[in-house]
Design a binder for this molecule. Sequence first.
Ligand code: SF4
Ligand code: SF4
Length: 67
Amino acid sequence: MKKTIKKPSFSSHNCIACWKCVEACPRQAIRKVSFLWHKHAVFTYHNCIGCNLCVKTCPKGCFKRQE
Ligand code: SF4
Ligand code: SF4
């Protein structure tokens, strides 16, 4: 049976731009949008390997594990 990777879902709604997820991600799948009044993480789904480190790292629950 083929193993499917479950990538987390992401919402930037509660993001406080702490960049913990960016530092935690082993695949550089999370980028920063960093303007003076407009800062949040951006999830680039394509590079993600579904390790869920971002889910564990984000203090605001922006990443959710997909069951
Ligand atoms: S699940 Fe892993 S690879 Fe995917 S965005 Fe989160 S930390 Fe990066
Ligand atoms: S860890 Fe969470 S709050 Fe911090 S930058 Fe990433 S998504 Fe935003």
